[in-house]
Design a protein around this ligand. Structure first.
Ligand SMILES: Cc1cc2nc3c(=O)[nH]c(=O)nc-3n(C[C@H](O)[C@H](O)[C@H](O)COP(=O)(O)OP(=O)(O)OC[C@H]3O[C@@H](n4cnc5c(N)ncnc54)[C@H](O)[C@@H]3O)c2cc1C
Length: 434
């Protein structure tokens, strides 16, 4: 299928209409290229996905927050389109201990000092020559620090709630050397009143996007690129591939010639994590209405540890629970009803058996989503940060790569995806303006 009759302008195909693909396509189109985006899904945005199921409450099933609003390129766009933003605050939080009672300030201080001591142990591990998993460091530290049974349980909570939920990788897979190698912007975390989707919609404006085109093959030679989908074939001078790391790992898209060895090694070695969301909507809030974050230390180390309340920020009686790492993967196999029952079991242990059933729930399964196969990438044991540069490296001056996983210092984020698209578009511009 020829997508253009204009032979003057360079033609560029962009695979994937997530933030990386949309940002690349937008910049190239503005620079005068003829751009066509091929997207497997019916919807745009990829891991940006605002659900409109509750008409009065657009909620994000993928990314929610612009992390660190100061200096973040997404804040600049949000301001330019006058998108209304809200701020959740980590200092507005409550922590429930294993007995389900609110932790006293003494107990919270103890939890914080344990978390700090573990962070120091990880920091020391980062100075050793041989890398270990975050869990291996935790296990060794638990023994050397002679943690009591109660503190071992607190440590499990710290791993689950504060490491796996943030980095999405299982603690046994996260590299102690590199898990926290992403840069952070300063400032509060901000979320969109109408959902992150407004940003994807803005970037998608005026673009030519073919939806429901599942790319199967990317073939290139010194004359150009051919992309085959389940519905047709497209040719161009060059292509920008923004497939999620999970999709690249699965090998469901074939490259011919085969990808260089360094890129294949990076695809194998980098980790694709899981973070899932479960929104529960109630008639009215039965939890404190002045906090944004609710933390729970489960008595046996497993369970729902992190919740966000939308009461204070948005006036909605909605709780959002997270599941990450292996627990997140395991939970995907359960039915919606079983996931809600599991979440409600935790909430009942905190707030009492009498709390009502939710009116409705919205649940994600990013690990089994065929066009994501995970939530975002992490630095796994055995991977090196430089592998992200290998993942990003263009092939043959014809196939360029973008996507959050290709960003050495901005992986796992929406701003990283956006910036990767800008980088790939600039690479194309440099290659084809000669
Ligand atoms: C639950 C969750 C919470 C998150 N929270 C945050 C947060 O609060 N803040 C933050 O900054 N980041 C967050 N992130 C990360 C952020 O959403 C991602 O880093 C970013 O959206 C990735 O964009 P991308 O363009 O690289 O990939 P994607 O958005 O995945 O885009 C890739 C596109 O390729 C398409 N595709 C896949 N396979 C094919 C194929 N064979 N053919 C054609 N098209 C294909 C996909 O459908 C998709 O549209 C979160 C992610 C998740 C899942």
């Amino acid at each position: 299928m020829a997508y253009s009759t204009n032979t003057e302008r360079r033609k560029i195909l962009v695979v994937g209409a997530g933030l990386a693909g949309l940002s690349a396509a937008q910049l190239l189109q503005q620079s005068g290229y003829e751009v066509l985006v091929l997207e497997a899904r019916e919807r745009l945005g990829g891991r940006i996905w605002t659900s409109q199921r509750w008409a009065d409450a657009p909620l994000d099933l993928g990314a929610t927050w612009i992390h660190g609003a100061q200096g973040n390129p997404l804040s600049v766009i949000a301001r330019s389109i006058s998108a209304a933003m809200l701020q959740t605050r980590y200092d507005r939080s409550v922590t429930y201990g294993p007995t389900a009672l609110v932790m006293s300030s003494k107990q919270e201080d103890h939890l914080d000092s344990l978390a700090d001591a573990f962070a120091r142990a990880l920091h020391k591990a980062q100075k050793r020559d041989v890398d270990q998993s975050v869990r291996a460091v935790a296990d060794a530290w638990s023994i050397s620090a002679r943690l009591s049974r109660q503190d071992q349980n607190l440590l499990r909570f710290i791993l689950l709630g504060r490491y796996e939920t943030e980095y999405a990788g299982d603690a046994s897979a996260l590299s102690a050397h590199w898990y926290d190698d992403a840069r952070a912007f300063p400032g509060e975390d901000a979320l969109f009143v109408k959902g992150f989707g407004v940003l994807a919609e803005y970037l998608a404006r005026d673009l030519r996007i073919e939806r429901n085109q599942v790319v199967r093959n990317v073939n290139w030679n010194n004359r150009g690129v051919q992309v085959q989908t389940d519905r047709g074939e497209f040719s161009a001078d060059a292509a920008i591939v923004t497939l999620p790391l999970g999709v690249l790992k699965a090998g469901v898209v074939h490259f011919s010639p085969a990808l260089p060895a360094a890129k294949s090694r990076a695809i194998q070695a980098l980790g694709m994590g899981v973070l899932n969301k479960c929104y529960l909507r109630f008639e009215k809030a039965f939890w404190p209405d002045d906090v944004d974050w609710l933390e729970h230390v489960p008595p046996a180390g497993l369970g729902w540890t992190q919740w966000v309340s939308f009461v204070r920020v948005a006036g909605l009686p909605v709780l959002l629970g997270f599941n990450a790492g292996q627990q997140g993967r395991d939970m995907e196999a359960l039915s919606d009803a079983a996931i809600v029952a599991s979440a409600m079991q935790t909430l009942r242990s905190i707030y009492g058996a009498q709390i009502p059933e939710p009116l409705d729930a919205q649940i994600t399964r990013w690990g089994s989503d065929p066009f994501a196969l995970g939530a975002y990438s992490f630095n796994a044991l055995g991977a090196q940060p430089a592998m992200r540069d290998d993942l990003a490296a263009p092939v043959g001056g014809r196939v360029f790569f973008a996507g959050e996983a290709t960003m050495r210092r901005d992986f796992s984020s929406a701003h990283g995806a956006f910036l990767s698209g800008q980088r790939a578009a600039n690479q194309v511009t440099q290659a084809y303006s000669r």
